[in-house]
Design a protein around this ligand. Structure first.
Ligand code: ATP
Length: 138
């Protein structure tokens, strides 16, 4: 079966969305195989966002992602990479469909970075790389 890396980003933790995000993952029928509240350091985040290196939003993104605790999880199920991205909705919370995590729980707060509650790996290859990075013991 497939696995994906899910992060409840610092905005989601600060706004009390952890339970709601986990509830949606479990309600959908996916399985949690790792779950941890942690403070991510900049080195880990620079690795995590390596594909965005050089883009103008990467610095504010790393600052935002290290601004407070986040929740990291490994979620398992058939086609869970695609399935969780569908649960999460579009990157921009203003246009993310109602019914999705981002569509229901986030909006544009006028910040430099798009604060959109969750991250989910974008392909099985990214998932394998990200899970090895966040949960090396798995
Ligand atoms: P994630 O990787 O977090 O699941 P995503 O795949 O929808 O989100 P990416 O394009 O990989 O989005 O961008 C990673 C994150 O960087 C976004 O979730 C958002 O927080 C931020 N971001 C992306 N594009 C921009 C932008 N143009 N301006 C500000 N922040 C951005």
């Amino acid at each position: 079966v497939q696995r994906t890396l899910v992060l409840v980003k610092p905005d989601g933790v600060a706004r009390g969305n952890v339970g709601e995000v986990l509830r949606r993952i479990e309600a959908k029928g996916y399985t949690l195989v790792a779950l941890e509240l942690r403070q991510a350091d900049e080195a880990l985040l620079a690795e995590h966002y390596a594909e965005h290196a050089g883009k103008p939003f990467v610095r504010p993104l790393i600052e935002f992602m290290s601004s407070g605790p986040l929740v990291a999880a490994v979620v398992e199920g058939q086609r869970v990479v695609e399935g969780f991205r569908s649960l999460a909705g579009a990157t921009d919370p203003t246009t993310a469909a109602p019914g999705t995590i981002r569509g229901d729980l986030a909006r544009d707060w006028g910040a430099q970075v798009i604060e959109n509650v969750v991250h989910g790996s974008d392909s099985p290859q990214s998932a394998a790389r990200e899970i090895a990075l966040w949960f090396p013991a798995l």
